[in-house]
Design a protein around this ligand. Sequence first.
Ligand code: CA2
Length: 162
Amino acid sequence: MHSLLVLNGPNLNLLGTRQPEIYGRTTLADIEALCAATAREVGARVSCWQSNHEGALVEAIQQARRSHDGIILNAGAYTHSSIALMDAIAATGLPTVELHLSNIHAREPFRQRSFIAPVAVGQICGFGANGYRLAILALVEHLQRRAGTESDATDGPPTETR
Ligand code: CA2
C-alpha cells in the first residue's frame, strides 16, 4: 500500500475563512477529509500536515523519506521563493506533485515562477480543492507504474506481445 504525505504551506490554514473568490469556501479540514476519502478509494494511505514555517516544511520533507512513498505539496507562497524547499525535495528523491488551488499561471507574474516545478514529477493547479483528489490519483498511478517498471527490469527479458 502506497503511503502519501500531503503537505500544505503558509496561510493555507485560513482556507474557507477569507478570500473565497480566489481560494473557494472549502476549509483545510474539508481538504484533508477529501484526501483521506480519495486515498481509501485507491487503496493508499495518506497523512496530511500544514505549517506556516519554511524550516518545519523542510524537516517534514526530509523525514518523509523514512515513512512515505510520495509527496503532494502546496507550498503556498514559498513556491515562488524557497530554494530550501526545492533542495529538500531533490534531496529526498521522493516523487512530488506540486499542487495549487488557483491557476498560478493566470495570476501575477511573481506567482508564475515556481521553485518546486523543476524538482516535481508534475504540477496540478487551477482546479480548487478537487486538485488534491487529482494529485492523489496521479501520484498513486505514477508510483504503480514505477513499481511495474522496476519489477519488469528484474523479471528478465521482456516477452513479445502482439
Ligand atoms: O493557489 C494556491 O494554492 C497557492 O499556493 C496559494 C498561496 C499563494 O501564495 C500561491 O501563489 C498559490 C496562498 C495561500 C493563502 O491562502 C489563503 C486562504 C484563505 C485566505 C487567505 C489566504
